[in-house]
Design a protein around this ligand. Structure first.
Ligand SMILES: [Zn+2]
Length: 165
């Protein structure tokens, strides 16, 4: 999926989960979900995609470095480390758990979209990396990118209406 789609979808998913789980102001919720979504998805795609030469020219392919469910969780947590350090004080301790939760969500939310595209995501079978995909849309398919972005925006609106103001 396109990186921009990942940003929007993850922001929506993280913000709705935070809104349902914690009593954060919408601004705080938005700050945490934007930060995590931007950094987490950027790390996962920058480290986990490489350009490979094929008969169609250079195409983006995925590597198992970031595109497995477990490793994506690890990279998501790496992406929120700076935020955790920043808020690791007496006044902000209530933000620690929401930040960790959002770090855990961002990776799987990335995998959830990529599993519908043609290169899929990786999983290990008998010690070998194999790709799994539930559908085979191209990564820049307008329809699936549009629908995923729309879901992200709707979730964001929903979390706004659920948040304390
Ligand atoms: Zn990806």
């Amino acid at each position: 999926m396109k990186l921009r789609t990942h940003y929007i979808f993850s922001v929506g998913l993280i913000s709705i989960i935070l809104a349902l789980t914690f009593n954060l102001s919408f601004f705080t919720n938005l700050f945490i979900s934007f930060y995590t979504s931007f950094l987490g998805n950027t790390i996962i795609d920058r480290l986990g995609h490489e350009m490979k030469w094929s008969k169609h020219g250079y195409i983006p392919t995925r590597t198992p470095l970031t595109h497995t469910v477990l490793r994506s969780i690890m990279w998501g947590l790496v992406s929120v480390l700076t935020l955790l350090l920043l808020f690791y004080d007496y006044y902000h301790y209530t933000l620690i758990l929401p930040i960790i939760i959002s770090g855990i969500i961002v990776g799987p939310s990335h995998m959830l979209l990529d599993v519908f595209t043609e290169s899929g995501i990786y999983t290990k079978k008998n010690g070998k990396w194999i790709r799994i995909a539930l559908a085979h849309f191209s990564y820049n398919n307008v329809f699936v990118n549009g629908v995923s972005s729309l879901i992200g925006i709707l979730l964001l609106f929903l979390s706004y209406s659920l948040s304390i103001h």
